[in-house]
Design a protein around this ligand. Structure first.
Ligand SMILES: Cc1cc2nc3c(=O)[nH]c(=O)nc-3n(C[C@H](O)[C@H](O)[C@H](O)COP(=O)(O)OP(=O)(O)OC[C@H]3O[C@@H](n4cnc5c(N)ncnc54)[C@H](O)[C@@H]3O)c2cc1C
Length: 299
């Protein structure tokens, strides 16, 4: 009942409540805060990837500011000796402004990644930007190997993309995909998306590529583990990934105990509000947990 009510009322929730809720999903507002959380996740055995919240910047000035923040973050990760790489949405550093600007900003990031022996992941946005994201990725990859991209299992093209890009040097996160896409280009049924996810994971292994299985779907994780065992896939060629704060009921600790690598995607930054609203819409159960904690603390 409570969750249903929360789901309907997401758009009118007061900002103080969303902020309360955001604490479970957003790792602070500053780089200092996020690095403290990353350190604690590392201590529990998790690797991380850090994302500065935000997307679709429309001015040169903002794209410049965000690129500089990401560059500083590479230095800070190195200085603090934490186990984290960085994930960046192309539209956050200029994709909507021009191809030249976003490429130039990515090249600056890549220089920093290289200097710090770190890794850069290009997040994947809607299907309008898939081709251009792969184009940028290919250019970056030719200058530094420590670059990876994302493949969305709802897209019918993704198997072809692995066939084209798959190699020993290819590193891709596989996720279901979060944008609204039409049925011409994207599977719509959850079981079809799951089946494609598994097919992609298997093909990545056949291509000897490094795969990051990004999902909170416990049944899919079971199916992936079956596939890994059946095909004898070496655990150094894949990792599991989840979003910071999504409840996994002890599954992540079990994966770690089985010797698998688990990386947590940790978002932070002043643009926490929209991200938190999206998370609330996706899983109003979380709001229920937050309220329960709030009331049990006060009782
Ligand atoms: C590390 C990581 C990186 C990602 N990067 C991208 C990307 O670059 N591009 C892209 O399009 N998509 C990205 N996604 C999102 C992904 O595409 C899915 O939309 C999202 O993970 C939900 O799918 P699922 O596999 O978890 O399964 P689902 O069946 O959707 O969810 C399984 C369970 O987890 C819960 N759950 C799932 N997601 C959330 C959430 N965010 N908040 C609260 N509860 C949740 C659901 O309520 C459900 O109970 C990423 C996801 C992860 C984990």
């Amino acid at each position: 009942m409570l969750n249903k009510f929360l789901a309907i009322s997401v758009p009118i929730l007061p900002k103080w409540f969303v902020e309360l809720f955001s604490k479970s999903y957003v790792a602070g507002y500053t780089s200092k805060e996020v690095l403290t959380i990353v350190k604690s996740l590392n201590d529990q055995g998790f690797s991380t990837t850090i994302d500065i919240l935000g997307e679709h910047v429309s001015t040169l000035d903002t794209s410049e500011k965000i690129t500089r923040k990401y560059c500083d973050l590479y230095d800070k990760i190195n200085q603090d000796s934490v186990d984290s790489n960085i994930s960046v949405k192309p539209s956050h550093i200029g994709l909507d402004i021009s191809e030249k600007i976003v490429l130039n900003n990515f090249q600056r990031l890549l220089k920093k990644a290289k200097k710090n022996s770190n890794f850069l992941r290009l997040d994947m946005e809607s299907s309008q930007s898939t081709d251009i994201t792969f184009k940028i990725y290919n250019k970056l990859k030719s200058t530094y190997k420590g670059t990876g991209v994302v493949l969305q299992a709802y897209l019918k093209r993704s198997i072809k993309d692995i066939e084209n890009l798959g190699s020993q040097n290819f590193n891709a996160r596989i996720c279901k995909g979060i944008y609204k896409e039409n049925s011409k280009i994207a599977f719509q049924k959850p079981e079809d998306i799951r089946a494609n996810f598994l097919k992609m994971a298997k093909l990545m292994s056949e291509k000897k590529s490094y795969a990051c299985y990004a999902t909170h779907d416990q049944h899919l994780i079971d199916l992936l583990l079956d596939m890994i065992k059946k095909n004898n896939i070496d655990s150094s060629t894949f990792e599991f990934q989840v979003l910071y704060g999504v409840p996994m009921n002890g599954r992540l600790e079990k994966l770690l105990a089985s010797g698998y690598k688990v990386r947590i995607y940790v978002p932070y930054g002043p643009d926490w509000y929209d991200y938190s609203l999206r998370r609330l819409k996706e899983n109003p159960n979380i709001a229920g947990y937050v309220l329960k904690n709030l009331f049990s603390k006060n009782s």
